[in-house]
Structure formats: structure tokens, C-alpha cells
Write a protein that binds this ligand. Sequence first.
Ligand code: HEM
Length: 188
Amino acid sequence: MSAGKRSAAGSARSDTATSTVDLHASLLPLAFLVGTWRGEGVGGYEGLDGFHYGQEITFAADGRPALGYVSHTWWADEPRDGREPGSPLATETGFWRVQPGEDGKPVVEVMLAHPFGIAEIYVGTVTGTRIDLDHNVLIRTATARDVTRSVRLYGLVEGCDLAYAIDMEAEGKPMQSHLSARLHRVSD
Ligand code: HEM
């Protein structure tokens, strides 16, 4: 990935993300994420029937040192449990930022809020176009589902699609896959 052009103000426009807004220089390692992505994923968990879902994610840069993030999902399977194709599923929103690590490598910090009583922070690494969010703390309300930990992996596949996998430890069950998806870019 190219380092992009830096302006005197300390912000930069990425050569890889063709966003028309300035990308803060600290976010260059995440430049490949900027834009809107859409696609399909599969979900499941121990004791849960597998399902398909649709998803749209936007990573937005506005010149400040964090990307805004919002994800919407919808049911993409046969009707089940009162859900029809297109019925809204999980939404999450938050911010992604990059800080210099002790060894000089960029550290990614991701703050997410979920509408079902859970907020979480991930800390991880970015290596080229692969992001490992492997440290996670999660807080939840007394009525939220019993999720204790989660890890995520994001990356570009075949140079253009955004793929991710999310594993979680929930309801006393061991860490295992809950979601994975592959999304294509629909706008910069
Ligand atoms: C792409 C985003 C997501 C989608 C499409 C999704 C979808 C689903 C669906 C369809 C179910 C089963 C039906 C239901 O109980 O509602 C489910 C269960 C669950 N989800 Fe998610 N989910 C998403 C994100 C998350 C996240 C971020 C967490 C945790 C922070 C989470 C935690 C859970 C838990 C704990 C269960 C119950 C598992 C069990 O019954 O043992 N989900 N999810």
C-alpha cells in the first residue's frame, strides 16, 4: 500500500482509498477500508441453526484521527422465527483509530456499541491489508446476552473484497465462530 500524499496540515489523502475526504495521516494503515461495502455472510453458533445474512458496512473518514464505522445487517434466508428475507438483524456502530505501538508497528483500536446492551473495545494489529483484532474487552448490561469475549479478523481477499470472521465466547460456550462474510466495495 502506498503511503499517500501528506498535506502540511498533517492529514493525508490515500492513494488506495479514493475517498474524496481527507484521511488523517494516522489512519493511512486503514485507508483500504474507507468506503461502503456490501455483501453476504453466514452465521452460526453451537446450538444455533446456521443462517445467511446481508450486510452493508461504511468506514467514513472526515479528516479527524478516527474512522466512523456503521454496520447494518438483514436476514437473507428462508423465513424463520418471524424473520423474512430483508428483516433487519444486528447493527453496530463505532470508531476505528490507529496508534503507534511500542515496536513502531501500528496498533488498531476499535470501539463498538451494540443495541443489545453490549459495548466493546478491541485492540489489534494491521499488517498490510490484514487486521487482527485479538484483544477484546466487553461490557454488558445485566439483561444482555452473556458474551464474555470476541475476536475479529478482517482482510482484503483477491485484492478487492473485504472479508472478515468473528469468533465469540458466549453463554458459557468456548470461543467459536459466530459470523463470517465477504463484501464488495459499492462506493468510495
Ligand atoms: C453481523 C452481525 C450479527 C448478526 C447478523 C447476528 C445474527 C445473529 C442471529 C440471527 C442469531 C440467532 C437468533 C437470535 O438469537 O437472534 C444470533 C445469536 C447471537 N448473537 Fe449474533 N449477530 C451479529 C453480531 C453479534 C455480535 C457482535 C455479538 C456479540 C457481541 C452477537 C452475539 C450473539 C449471541 C450471544 C447470540 C446467541 C447465541 C446462543 O444462542 O448461544 N452477535 N446472532
